[in-house]
Design a protein around this ligand. Structure first.
Ligand code: 5GP
Length: 195
């Protein structure tokens, strides 16, 4: 049976994960993206069901109660979580499923799926990250400081990841990511043949 491949990507907020992941999805149509649920409000341009499932805190807590989430976290005051049914059914079909989640969530997923691949996207420097978050202009100074503090903390987790990609330019980062996916796909196919 084709076992599917679970790829988890993390990196500090503002590092450009979303843009890199979009490019990867455009270029490799075999990659399925899991849309997370969140209680945070949509940013301008974000679409419900595409970027996130935007839900109320009450609905999110209901999802936790009903065990509908594979993992969830409270990140800087908002809930974020991975809907379970979709990921499980796509993996059963042997698909490559990509989760874009924070380091705490990634750690929880690794415990449940030890064979998953962890990819960390790094900014070239913390100064560059500050400038990217500030330029985005969607957060208040207080939220920016809060996210930068968490970013510094998150970067320490990168050592436990299988692959680290520096997002110096989106093109280069996406290329590196695609190469990693190809390599891991070959490895996983070889292993399932042996079993
Ligand atoms: P943002 O508000 O910038 O979209 O996301 C904040 C953080 O939440 C990012 O690090 C993002 O990767 C993470 N995140 C998004 N969805 C999920 C999820 O389903 N689970 C977890 N654990 N983190 C998530």
């Amino acid at each position: 049976m084709n076992p599917g491949l679970l790829i988890v990507v993390s990196g500090p907020a503002g590092v450009g994960k979303g843009t890199v992941v979009s490019l990867v999805r455009e270029r490799d149509k075999d990659v399925i993206f899991s849309v997370s649920a969140t209680s945070r409000s949509p940013r301008p341009g974000e679409i419900d069901g595409r970027n996130y499932f935007f839900v109320t805190r009450e609905r999110f807590e209901d999802m936790i109660q009903k065990n509908e989430l594979l993992e969830w976290v409270d990140y800087c005051g908002n809930y974020y979580g991975t809907p379970k049914a979709y990921v499980e059914s796509e993996l059963e079909k042997g698909r490559i499923v990509l989760l874009e989640i924070d380091v705490e969530g990634a750690n929880n997923i690794k415990k449940k799926y030890p064979q998953c691949i962890l990819v960390f996207i790094m900014p070239p420097s913390l100064e560059e990250l500050r400038s990217r978050i500030t330029k985005r202009g969607t957060e208040t100074p207080e939220v920016i400081e809060n996210r930068l503090k968490r970013a510094e903390n998150e970067m320490q987790y990168s050592e436990s990841y299988d692959h680290i990609i520096v997002n110096d330019t989106v093109e280069k980062a996406a290329d590196r990511f695609l190469r990693i996916i190809r390599k891991e796909r070959r490895k996983s196919a070889k292993q399932s043949k042996k079993q």
